[in-house]
Design a protein around this ligand. Structure first.
Ligand code: COA
Length: 158
């Protein structure tokens, strides 16, 4: 079945939550925060400041990306959350979602996109993907999340 990328609707929440819960990189606390963001988006889809896109095939959610303009900036955007169902990774879903989001940021006159991530090995596929799409590391805060787990910020200027 073809994979369709589209804006999230309320009935997609269950599918996204299933992906978040089986994603080994995410702690329970992180899954809870991701759910709060989804709920904020669903409560006011056009005014929440969040954009959520899903990859869907035959009614199943295979991946999602949440991003939005960074509050109190002009033209800076942040990618907040992204995950692909483990059995569907490596098929281009993540890069398709990121490229589509990039296009919408360009159309909204965005100047740069930032992504904060961790140096933890769980995030190495994500870091490789950001590199391959032209994102550069612009800062590293050692021991930010915990001792030995740095915060890494990637940036792409548009
Ligand atoms: C990061 C993540 C979302 C990437 O999703 P994905 O759907 O696997 O992404 P892609 O398939 O587009 O890219 C992954 C790799 O597969 C390769 N790939 C792309 N299309 C492919 C295809 N058609 N066939 C085989 N491999 C392919 C890409 O080369 C890419 O490798 P690269 O980064 O070295 O270029 C996924 O690994 C994930 O959910 N990780 C856990 C959560 C996480 O880290 N989230 C991000 C931080 S919040």
């Amino acid at each position: 079945m073809p994979i369709k990328i589209r804006a999230m609707k309320p009935s997609d929440k269950l599918g996204i939550m299933e992906i978040l819960k089986v994603t080994e990189a995410f702690t329970t606390e992180e899954v809870n925060v991701a759910e709060e963001v989804i709920d904020a988006y669903l409560a006011d889809i056009h005014g929440s400041g969040y954009y959520i896109y899903v990859a869907e095939s035959a009614g199943h959610i295979l991946g999602y990306l949440c991003y939005g303009p960074t509050p109190m900036t002009q033209g800076t955007w942040d990618y907040y959350w992204m995950a692909t169902a483990p059995e569907h990774r490596g098929k281009g879903i993540g890069s398709t979602l990121l490229k589509l989001a990039e296009q919408t940021v360009r159309e909204a006159d965005g100047r740069m996109i930032l992504i904060e991530t961790s140096s933890n090995p769980h995030y190495s596929p994500a870091r490789n993907l950001y590199h391959s799409l032209g994102y550069e590391i612009i800062s590293t805060i050692p021991d930010f999340y915990s001792v030995g787990d740095d915060k890494i910020t990637f940036r792409k200027t548009l």
